[in-house]
Design a protein around this ligand. Structure first.
Ligand code: 3PY
Ligand code: MG
Length: 257
């Protein structure tokens, strides 16, 4: 019997394909929600370890649920969590608050293993991890599979990041650049009003700069109208939010008759 490899490596190629990708953030510590997102038809799930409450064990169980149900799992996490998240078998990491090309270069080194003959990154190697099948899929094949098959998504959430969007997107090893409208709006002094004209103009500038650099622009989109507006500015990696959808559905269900 041929066992399935734990690491789903489809994402970088999908990001390069130019196709529109639709996924969903999940901050709830529940493998069942990951499966529900898969069965609903989302292409990817972003397990949210920036704002969500999952511990590392639950995160690993959510990665298993993703592999079992066929949805591609990324984890949004802080930089220092990258090594363990990748060893658990995430298909990608999405890192908040990236402001400069130097920030992005440092993240690339965290995500990629060194290459034979020099180059590549500085990721620490171990084959005891889930990503390497606990040793069953270790060795150079794991190193190559990881370097080629894991996506690095960096998030722009400040005016400094918007100014540097083109330079960030041009860093080799960055697979997508995702705009966080909520934090961008806050950092521009507009609280959570990201539909305010100056914030939308900043989003347009950032998305177009990422597209012009030949990279994959992404953004939060909680409605079809959002998605179409941002798609016109070049975005093609879209994420909705599971807790928002569930809360809205529960509110509707709870409405007194
Ligand atoms: C933000 O909008 O700030 C996010 O992090 C999610 O898109
Ligand atoms: Mg944010």
């Amino acid at each position: 019997m041929q066992a399935q490899h734990p690491l789903d490596t489809r994402l970088p190629e999908m990001m390069r394909s130019g196709r529109r990708l639709r996924g969903i953030f999940n901050g709830l510590p529940a493998p069942a929600i990951v499966e529900m997102c898969a069965y609903a038809g989302f292409a990817f799930v972003i397990i949210d370890n920036e704002h969500g409450s999952a511990d590392l064990q639950t995160t690993e169980h959510m990665l298993r649920a993703a592999r079992g149900s066929g949805i591609i799992p990324l984890v949004r996490c802080l930089e220092h969590d990258i090594p363990r998240i990748l060893d658990m078998g995430a298909s990608g990491v999405q890192i908040p608050m990236v402001n400069t090309a130097a920030d992005a270069e440092r993240l690339v080194r965290r995500v990629r293993y060194p290459l034979p003959g020099g180059g590549g990154g500085a990721r620490g190697s171990a084959f005891s991890s889930r990503a390497a099948g606990y040793g069953a899929f270790g060795g150079p094949a794991h190193t190559a599979r990881s370097n080629d098959g894991i996506a690095l998504v960096v998030m722009i959430e400040t005016p400094e990041g918007v100014d540097n969007a083109g330079a960030i997107a041009a860093v080799p090893g960055v697979d997508a650049v995702f705009i966080g409208p909520n934090d961008l709006s806050h950092s521009m002094g507009h609280e959570n009003r990201w539909t305010d004209a100056p914030v939308q103009q900043a989003i347009e500038r950032a998305l177009k700069a990422v597209a012009a650099a030949g990279n994959c622009p992404g953004i939060l989109a909680t409605s079809a109208a959002d998605e179409e507006r941002y798609a016109a500015w070049g975005a093609r990696y879209f994420a909705n939010v599971a807790s928002g959808i569930i809360t809205q559905a529960l509110r509707q269900a709870a409405r007194p008759a």
